[in-house]
Each structure stands twice: as structure tokens, then as C-alpha cells.
Design a protein around this ligand. Sequence first.
Ligand code: NAD
Length: 351
Amino acid sequence: MTKSLQLAAPTVQAFVAEIFAAAGSSPREASLLASHLVEASLAGHDSHGIGMLPTYVDSAQNGELKLNQSLRTVSDLGGILMTDGQRGVGQVMAHDAMCLGIERARVAGLALVGLSDAFHIGRIGAYAEQAVAAGLVSLHFVNVLSEPQVAPFGGKIARLGTNPIAIGIPRAGAEPIIIDMATSRWAIGKVRVAHNKGEKLPPGILLDSQGETSLDPGDIFGIPKGALTTFGEHKGWCFALAAELLGAALVGGITQSRPKTRPELINSMLTILISPERLGTAEHFARETDALVAWVQSDENGQPSRVKLPGDPERKYREDRRVAGLPIDRVTWNQILAAARSVGLEHDPAR
Ligand code: NAD
């Protein structure tokens, strides 16, 4: 195993933006995308960070990802906004859909935003963070339309994507609670990262093509391929199904209901935004949240325990990586440099 590089986040962000601009993105698109990817890497989610760049550049070149699309409004009933991501850069489509939803939820107290068929929207927690920054609670259900990666509980064959779910809870005077997770035990990108690093998987994450437990991350990329398992056995499968139906079917997106011929990477998302202010419960909500957090984080003597809240691990990663830099394994960095060369950029900011 070769040692990872350690690069300063602003250096990487500038390089990522330069690559997307060279691939044809507008300055705004390149900048939003680079910022999302670097933020995901900073938050410790290397699976959804800059390691996605080679896939995006490749997809832009083969036409599956459409650069410089605008979010299309399908219908606008005020509190219900349905949009179409038109296979555009998902991070921009979802960001823009959230901005529109946030405006509406602040006025009406509640907004439902449908986003159908955007290209990969990345780390879903980013949209929960956008909502909590505006003082809103948010719920996100997302389907993944790509080569199926996850076996339904009780099945042996991959039928669904890693269908993430996120919930954002704002807190007055304290860091928000950000619940953001794949409904598979591991996100596929994490398996890719392990594969690139030459690492084995813990048991229970992956089935091989015969439906037996496998420790080899290569099994998910091989032919015939294996399948990821859902978290919490049948319970994760229930949520994966809900994310598929609510995240895509309900908002006009395409579901994984037929064999796929191309490995495109499309997300649809249902978002619900709620304003505690407008519900009239903001003070009560803040007080009860603080009391509950203190309760769950205390030990039997009333002293602080080591219990973390969802969102804490990402904050700790950010703190550390802003100082130490982003760790990037050599395989991933070489893939990024190859993508850069494919759009005419020859330099390597790591040198
Ligand atoms: P994860 O397992 O690392 O974390 C899941 C959640 O658990 C997070 O909210 C985290 O803050 C919380 N958490 C982690 N450790 C904790 C602890 N000890 N105590 C309390 N809370 C804790 O996340 P994941 O399931 O591997 O997902 C990784 C990323 O992949 C997410 O950002 C997700 O949005 C993204 N994703 C995206 C897609 C897509 O198609 N766009 C698909 C799947 C996953």
C-alpha cells in the first residue's frame, strides 16, 4: 500500500474548479461543484469528494452529464415546487432547488421540493446543512439510478442503488444535528476507496456474485458482480425502498425498475422543509432539543459521556483536515490527473 498525499483543501479546490472549467463548465458551475466535492472530502466522506471527479469528467465527455444546465421548474404551487434536474450537474441542481424551497418554507412554514433526474448530487448532508443554516428542519429521500449495487434484504442480486436519506435539525446556539446516510451498510464510494487503497472490507458489507459474504471490494466491480447489503438487515431495506419510491417515483423521477444498459449516475430527491418559527414551536423545539441532547450525552453520574451526535464526526474531520490537508491516495490522485490531462491540463499541483 503506498502512502497517501496530503494536500491543502484550497489548492485542491482551485485545481478541481480549473478541471471542470476546462471540461466546459461555467465559472459558477465549476466553483459550486469544486466547493461541494472538497467540502465532502473535508467532512471525511472521501467516497463523495474529489474522488468523484474522474467519473464526472468522463460522464461529461460521453454526454451522460450535461454541463451548464439550468434547473427547470415543472410546476410551482408555492409550497410545492417540482423541478427537473435535466441530467445537469447534480450539486448545482440540488443547491438551486434548495434555495427555492428555503424561500418558500420561510414564508409558508412548509415546503415540498421535488427534484427529478439530476446527475449525481453528491453528499446529501450538504442540502440538510443548507436548510439548517436557514433555520429549517429538512428531510431528504434520494434514489440512485445507476447500475444496481444493493441487494434487497433476503435477496442475492443487486437491485437498487445505495439510496441515501438525510435529516437536518437546526439548533439555536449549538451545532446542528445532521443525519446523512446511505441505506446500504456502506456507500459504494467507500468500497471504491477501499478498493483503490488495496484494503479488505469488514464482514457483512458485501455479497459475492453467488450471494456469499465477501471481504474483497473488487467483487462489486467484477463481472459477474456482487452486491452491497442494506444497513440494519430488513430495516435498511425498508428505508431503501421508501427512498426509491418517495425520492424518485413520487417526484417524477425514474426508478430502478428495469434492467439498465448504461452505467449513468442519476439522482432524484424529495425534500421537505419545515420552519419551527412558523409552526410556533421554535422556542419549545430548541429547549427540548437541548434537554434531550444533554440527557442522551450524559452518563449514569450525570457527567458528559462519549456519545456523539450525527454531524459530529464530519465536524471533527473538517477541523482536522483543514489543518492537516486532505489525504488523497495515489490511485485516486492519478485518476484525477488523468482526467485533467483529458481536458488539456498537464500540471500537477502536488509537485
Ligand atoms: P456514515 O455511515 O459515515 O454516516 C452516517 C450518519 O451517521 C452521519 O449522519 C454521521 O454523522 C452519523 N454518525 C457516524 N458515526 C457516528 C457516531 N459514532 N455517533 C453518532 N452519529 C454518527 O455515512 P454513509 O452512509 O457512509 O454515507 C456517506 C455519504 O454518502 C453521505 O454523505 C451520503 O449522502 C452519501 N451518499 C450519496 C449517494 C448519492 O447517490 N448521491 C448515495 C449514497 C450515499
